[in-house]
Each structure stands twice: as C-alpha cells, then as structure tokens.
Design a protein. Structure first.
Length: 228
C-alpha cells in the first residue's frame, strides 16, 4: 500500500499559497473589513479550496462573509465578481490567480486581503498582504489550520525513490534548493507566470509525517471547519 509518509521528498517548488481577494469597489477592502461586516464570497462545490477555505476562515479567523457556493470554477467566480454579484473569494491559488487574471493585479482592480500558507509568500509579503496566522490566534485553531493547509505541499513536490542512500538524498535536496534560488530559473518562471514559493525536502518530509500522524480529534475538527 502506498504510504506518503515514507516517500523521500526533495522539496516542493510551490507550497501552494492561497489568497482571499475582493473587488476594488467592494466595501471589503481588507481582511479586517471581512471580519467586521457581512459580504458575499464565492465558492465552488465541496472538495474545492474556494469553498473549504472560505468556511475555514469563517470558523477560525473571524470572517463574517456568507459563502455562496455552486460556481463551476474560479473562472465563473471571477465573472461573478466582475458583475458585482459577489464581493470576492477565498482559497484562490495565487499562482492560478496570476495566470487567470493578470490584468486584475496590473490594473489594480482587486484588493488582496489575505495570504494562506504555512510560510509567508515573499511576493505577497512585499505587496503588504497579511498572513493568515495574524488572525488565527487560538492555538487549537492554529494547529487545525496548519493541518488543512499542510496538504498544499503536494502541489508541486519532487520525490526520490525509496531506499536511496542518505548522502545521495542530501545531495539531491541541496541541488533542488540551489535550483529554486537560481536567477535564470526564477527569471524563466516569472516569464511563464509560474509561482515559485519553495519548501525544502526536510520541511516537506516533516509536514507530511505530521499530517499523517495527526490525532483523530484534530482530523475531525479539521473536517468540521471546512464544511458549512
């Protein structure tokens, strides 16, 4: 049986940062606004981050919006925002957002409210977007949120075969880390609008083991916070 916890991870090129975003003309300009007043945020169906993260932030970070689910995807959510049917959405993958709606950022058409990831995304941090853990202050909730978003490390992960010698694994991890810092590689990724927000192999290994060793009550709580 396949056991992800036993896989040898070299690292992930994209730790899967997700965002909350609102229309520029919405009354929701910041995540503090989303915590202080009602709004309508779009979501897809179950098992989609726009719905699950939307509810998670309501239950752990104090968001007051209503999650309007049933959209077919983020493209339809974007159209609903343009038509002013909804104020915004949470759980949108940052890399996908930049690819799908580059003009929204270029032309300052949206408010970037929050970044949701285990580690701060350097690009979003430079843009002044606050991190989710600024608002998740309860320690029990923090652990649950970490458990939910830890699954993002699988988004663009690289693995090595089982049984690889320790020194070979370390050499491959070092080469992976060096690639993630290489200027030519980063320039090519930017040209192709591919977001690079890496985590080291050791960090991914630690997160995966923690994910699969989580106590049953924490897993149950995690399921509860991502559902209506």
């Amino acid at each position: 049986m396949f056991d992800p916890a036993k896989v040898l991870y070299l690292g992930t090129a994209n730790s899967g940062t997700r965002i909350c975003v609102s229309r520029k003309d919405s009354k929701i300009k910041t995540f503090d606004d989303a915590r202080a007043q009602k709004a309508a945020f779009g979501g897809v169906s179950s098992n989609d981050s726009t719905r699950e993260y939307g509810y998670m932030l309501k239950k752990t970070a104090g968001a007051q919006y209503d999650v309007v689910s049933g959209y077919s995807g983020t493209a339809e959510i974007a159209l609903a925002m343009e038509r002013a049917e909804i104020d915004g959405a949470c759980g949108w993958d940052w890399s996908s957002f930049k690819s799908q709606r580059p003009d929204w950022i270029r032309d300052n058409k949206v408010n970037l409210l929050l970044q949701v990831g285990l580690e701060p995304n350097a690009e979003l941090t430079r843009m002044g977007v606050p991190e989710v853990f600024k608002y998740v202050t309860n320690e029990a909730d923090r652990k649950v949120v970490e458990l939910v978003i830890a699954q993002q490390v699988f988004q663009r992960s690289y693995i090595a075969p089982l049984g690889l010698a320790a020194e070979q694994l370390e050499a491959l991890r070092a080469a992976f880390d060096a690639t993630m810092r290489d200027k030519d590689f980063l320039t090519d990724a930017e040209t192709m609008r591919i977001d690079i927000s890496p985590l080291s192999g050791a960090k991914v290994q630690e997160l995966v083991q923690k994910l699969y060793a989580a106590p049953k009550d924490m897993v149950a709580r995690a399921r509860q916070v991502i559902t209506p």
